[in-house]
Ligand binder design. Structure first.
Ligand code: CP
Ligand code: NVA
Length: 316
């Protein structure tokens, strides 16, 4: 068994991880440095979080987020208690405040996957322990950190590169925008009219981008949006909670499918990203999803390593 790595466990700028907009570029770089160490020492016996406990409360389905936080916490010597909350929203049996005030007496951090981002904010406001966003209707910060960590592995640096998100201006898209501008990556979002990302997210990102020189562009034409892009990202057209809109959205988004033709309009060897779960034949074709430019499983693997870094820096 390899020796446990020495880790920088210095706190980040915020005690919680609700949004990557809470992080500085330096926080993200430090998280990535810790991620690299943890990834290289994957098989080492690590007791960094020995006797620490993580509560996971999920209002929605999950494969990647659930497995990677559970395995990650175990890898670091800690333990996890999972609460399946799919049958009732957090706050319906007792107040979100009381959930927070109870949990902080038993565990050292909370990962929550909620419909409403406000519920996460309320948890974080009342809990004296870190609250980590495992996906809300607003953002998916752990996903974006894994996405950008993976791009950093592929390219060396993400600064000055261009990432185009094609599809719904949703939680995944918002987190990408927040993160791209911190790291100096140009971000283009291409959505059908009426499905663009939240205007406040875009305006704040444009202001934040001034510090790194990143460009934020919102477009409606897929071919123009991917021109010169180094990476193309897409996500489902209907997110969890929007199941009753699936039929309508399948029509609206039909021209926004990422296929080989669209990939050919981007830079040669542009990477393809998707947070998963993916629907082959809808937002992405099978050829692109399973093709040589796709890095979707590298990202899924890195969810584990990046989130271990997040736990290492946030849990005291
Ligand atoms: N990408 C992602 O968060 O996957 P899960 O919904 O399976 O957790
Ligand atoms: N936008 C998707 C992401 C799933 C990881 C959803 O919210 O369902």
């Amino acid at each position: 068994m390899k020796k446990s790595p020495t880790l920088d466990r210095a706190p980040l700028s915020a005690p919680d991880l609700l949004c990557t907009s809470q992080l500085t570029a330096d926080d993200i770089e430090r998280l990535f440095a810790t991620t690299r160490i943890l990834k290289a020492a994957r098989d080492a016996h690590d007791e960094t979080l020995k006797h620490k406990r993580l509560a996971m409360i999920f209002e929605k389905d999950s494969l990647r987020t659930r497995f990677t936080f559970d395995i990650g916490m175990q890898d670091l010597g800690g333990s996890v208690v999972f609460m399946d909350h799919r049958d009732a929203r957090l706050g319906s049996r007792e107040s979100v405040k009381d959930v927070a005030k109870n949990l902080e007496r038993w565990v050292d951090a909370i990962v929550a996957r909620t419909f409403k981002h406000k519920v996460l904010e309320e948890l974080a406001q009342h809990a004296e322990i870190p609250v980590i966003n495992g996906l809300s209707d607003f953002v998916h910060p752990c996903q974006a950190l894994a996405d950008f960590f993976t791009l950093t592995e592929k390219w060396g640096s993400v600064r000055g590169r261009t990432l185009t998100f094609v599809g719904d201006g949703n939680n995944t898209c918002h987190a990408l925008i927040h993160t791209a501008v911190k790291l100096g990556t140009n971000i283009r979002v291409c959505s059908p009219e009426g499905y663009e990302p939240n205007a406040r997210v875009v305006n704040e990102a444009m202001r934040a981008a001034a510090a790194t020189g990143a460009e934020v562009t919102i477009l409606n034409d897929p071919d123009a949006a991917v021109e010169g892009a180094h990476a193309i990202y897409t996500d489902v057209w209907a997110s969890m909670g929007q199941e009753d809109e699936i039929e309508e959205r399948n029509g609206v988004f039909a021209a926004y499918q990422v296929d080989e033709d669209l990939m050919a309009h981007a830079e040669k060897d542009a990477l393809f990203l998707h947070c998963l779960p993916a629907h082959r034949g809808w937002e992405v074709t099978q050829e692109v999803m399973d093709g040589p430019q796709s890095i979707v499983y590298d990202i899924a693997e890195n969810r584990l390593h990046v989130q271990k870094a997040v736990l290492t820096h946030l849990i005291r």
